[in-house]
Write a protein that binds this ligand. Structure first.
Ligand SMILES: [Zn+2]
Length: 152
């Protein structure tokens, strides 16, 4: 591109910059709304719903595989505090799935998600090989539980 044409290009691009102000204000007001993080997560992971607070790397891999399969997946449990894990552990007798001792669950580090597909545990719907190929580690003996592999 010669210099005169480059100048023309920058001139014609100039009006677009003034047009960006309203969208910035919209983004700002959205950011100030208390529920914005949850709504943003829903926009970032259109094939996932539920407890979308796990490690974004894990959520990104789940989203990609759900989208590839054309399915909507539900995260029934994402990141947990020590207190939340303690409450689950205290009530583990009534839980249909294994519950790790507080302080030892990968949910507490954000590197795990419990996932169902149409109400069925993810490991009953998606093969172990397919999960592993997508960078997801299914926990044996806990059909809803998916870990982010430690090497990630
Ligand atoms: Zn779990």
């Amino acid at each position: 591109m010669d210099p005169s044409r480059a100048q023309q290009a920058s001139k014609s691009a100039a009006p677009k910059q003034t047009g960006s102000t309203p969208s910035f204000q919209a983004a700002l007001s959205q950011a100030l709304t208390p529920s914005a993080p949850a709504r943003d997560a829903q926009q970032t992971y259109p094939h996932l719903s539920g407890d979308l607070d796990s490690n974004p790397v894990l959520l990104g891999r789940l989203e990609r595989l759900a989208a590839e399969r054309g399915e909507s997946w539900t995260i029934t449990s994402g990141t947990r505090t020590f207190a939340e894990q303690q409450r689950l552990y205290d009530n583990r007798a009534t839980n249909g799935f294994p519950v790790a001792r507080p302080g030892s669950s990968s949910h507490e580090s954000g590197n795990a998600a419990d996932v169902t597909i149409g109400g069925r545990p993810i490991q009953d719907v998606v093969t172990r090989a397919e999960l592993m190929a997508a960078g997801l580690a299914p926990l044996a003996g806990d059909a809803v539980h998916i870990d982010l592999p430690r090497s990630s």
